[in-house]
Design a binder for this molecule. Structure first.
Ligand code: ADP
Ligand code: MG
Length: 280
């Protein structure tokens, strides 16, 4: 990593009142090549994200959402374009980003505590420090009594919280969530999006969450980016504000009861629906 650029970024961030973006996507373009031919997944995506912002990316299945997250995480190098995090171009994976996949990928043969300690262990962090960090997180996420249990002894919602604790244990500056609740039943999904939304707001972490669930995105995000059908392009952006709450910060669950929620839903639903009927 180019540390001189990183220092320059933090100097500017501290000295100026204006916040620099924590992450920028510049002209991202992704084409997959396979025996079956070429698939253009992402086209001309430009996006700038502020520190602490929670950005929801919504779009139909197959529009390139997971591809975009994998590019941000450094797992995929885009066909063209660049991801810049804190002033430095992304070149491969790094601990700056934490990537939580749709299925929790907990190791069944490790206890919950050992699962959460996995990331710091891989990073080579001192075992004592890793254990302390993991214990703190499990306490905060309401899993203190389950540290020594194995994943199969936990409910779906608890597993998802444990997976989040494991991702957060590496202290990522940007958290990437790929359809984090889609494997859960409807009631658990509502409860989990509320709990995790509240936890992440408290942590102050920058979050990018992709989902095809418009309600989930509206309830959790500060801003929503709507992707078009494949190839995924940015179709629109919506700043999510609830003025009827009189400036109070609403939990994801409470935000669902506001009049603004329904309006955002209608607007975004129509945008996505337009592309379904347009492709007929
Ligand atoms: P989403 O997450 O929005 O459902 P994806 O990013 O998974 O969409 O996929 C976007 C498009 O790219 C799809 O048409 C998918 O079939 C294709 N695709 C994804 N991964 C690959 C790959 N490794 N090789 C070829 N095509 C792929
Ligand atoms: Mg996907």
């Amino acid at each position: 990593m180019d540390t001189s650029t990183a220092t320059a970024y933090s100097d500017i961030q501290d000295s100026a009142n204006t916040k620099l973006p924590i992450m920028e996507l510049n002209q991202i373009h992704q084409v997959y090549f396979s025996d079956a031919g070429e698939v253009e997944a992402i086209r001309d995506v430009n996006l700038s994200i502020q520190p602490g912002e929670f950005v929801g990316i919504v779009g139909q299945s197959g529009c390139g959402k997971s591809t975009l997250l994998s590019i941000i995480s450094g797992l995929i190098t885009p066909t063209s374009g660049q991801v810049v995090i804190k002033g430095n171009p992304v070149n491969g994976t790094s601990s700056q980003t934490g990537y939580m996949l749709q299925h929790d990928t907990l190791f069944e043969w490790r206890t919950i505590l050992d699962n959460v300690m996995l990331g710091p262990e891989i990073q080579g962090l001192d075992k004592k420090k890793a254990r302390k960090r993991a214990n703190d997180l499990l306490d905060r996420y309401g899993l203190a009594a389950f540290k020594d249990k194995f994943p199969q002894e936990l409910s779906g919602g608890m597993r998802q919280r444990a997976a989040l604790a494991r991702t957060m244990c590496t202290q990522p500056e940007i958290l990437l969530l790929d359809e984090p609740f889609s494997a859960l039943d409807y009631q658990t999904r509502l409860a989990m999006s509320d709990e995790i939304g509240i936890i992440l707001k408290k942590e102050g972490c920058t979050v990018i969450m992709v989902t095809h669930d418009i309600s989930e995105a509206i309830s959790m995000s500060d801003r929503i980016v709507v992707l078009s059908a494949r190839p995924g392009r940015i179709q629109s952006e919506h700043q999510i504000l609830f003025p009827s709450a009189g400036g109070a910060s609403l939990s994801p669950m409470a935000s669902r009861d506001t009049p603004e929620f329904g309006q955002y839903f209608q607007t975004i639903w129509k945008e996505l629906d337009f592309h379904v009927s347009g492709s007929k």
